[in-house]
Design a protein around this ligand. Structure first.
Ligand code: ATR
Length: 277
């Protein structure tokens, strides 16, 4: 078997995914290649049809196509349907099946980095209510957490995510001010907005003065390597979780879907960290 995997997105050229997936192929002693199909919106339909003719075994989907790609798939896994976005497509019996490994990738990164954290006993605060937050919210709810609250600049957008919760977890929408004032309540704080992403960006959604002792503070941004929010969390003695863990583990979960293997990603994560620092 010689696998052909890839990525569609726009832009996508500078993606780290080929490097990550080549590592997994080597680790599993599998043969294959991972190719980038950078595709403008006008070219999306033709690119996908060429990829189907090529019988691409599996591909990832990145910005801006995670929702749009769903129109071209044969089946969508119920979890991806719930999240409303697809980041991984698998070719099975000539059919394209869409999955979402982003949020679960975040949860696996959290569990592998802090293995003694029992999520079912914890309360989490999600900062942001966009596409990334939606995926992580769905994945946290699968872990039967006690509480998952969502704070967003626009509180109504946080409220709009609440119907996703069919678990026993309590969940409310908060303004940034409410979240900042009540921060001591949360064991895990996860920053998913784009605040802090541009170079030398000193912005953060809000201050962490009330962060709980021993809390885990995560940011899904991985460029810069450590956002101002994470720096502040570190100074306050919190446990921190960098964003590249989610990137590596969403890839690991995609690779596992494509190949039916179980990959070991912790060493790769360390190497990746060295590259980004
Ligand atoms: P993504 O798919 O990366 O999550 P998105 O769906 O555009 O992107 O969502 C962006 C998130 O970042 C939202 O929570 C957004 O807040 P609003 O819903 O209020 O727009 C948040 N965000 C973006 N810029 C922000 C800023 N300057 N301050 C606070 N929040 C911001």
């Amino acid at each position: 078997m010689n696998y052909l995997f890839g990525l569609i997105g726009y832009p996508a050229k500078h993606s780290k995914s080929p490097w990550i997936h080549q590592h997994f192929l080597d680790q599993q002693s599998l043969h294959g290649a991972y190719q980038i199909w950078e595709t403008s919106p006008e070219g999306l339909k033709d690119t996908l049809s060429s990829m189907k003719k090529l019988a691409v075994d599996g591909f990832n989907v990145t910005v801006p196509y995670k929702e749009k790609v769903m129109d071209y798939l044969d089946e969508i896994d119920p979890y991806a349907e719930k999240v409303g976005a697809v980041n991984t497509v698998l070719l099975r019996d000539g059919k394209w099946i869409g999955y979402n490994t982003d949020g679960r990738g975040f949860v696996r990164s959290l569990q592998e980095t802090y293995p003694h954290t029992r999520l079912s006993e914890k309360k989490a605060l999600l900062i942001g209510a966009g596409g990334a937050a939606r995926g992580i919210y769905a994945a946290l709810l699968e872990e039967n957490m006690q509480r998952v609250d969502i704070a967003n600049r626009t509180k109504e957008r946080a409220e709009a995510l609440l119907p996703l919760n069919t678990s026993s977890a309590s969940s409310s929408a908060l303004s940034f001010q409410e979240a900042e004032d009540n921060l001591a309540k949360y064991d895990i704080v996860i920053q998913t907005t784009s605040v802090g992403m541009t170079p030398n960006d000193t912005a953060k959604p809000f201050a962490l003065n009330h962060v709980k002792d021993g809390a885990i503070v995560a940011d899904i941004i991985y460029k810069p390597f450590e956002t101002v929010l994470l720096q502040e969390a570190r100074e306050k003695g919190a446990n921190i979780l960098h964003g590249h863990g989610m990137l590596v583990y969403q890839a690991a979960l995609a690779f596992e879907l494509w190949t039916g293997t179980h990959v070991e990603a912790s060493q790769l994560l360390k190497e990746f960290e060295q590259q980004l620092k």
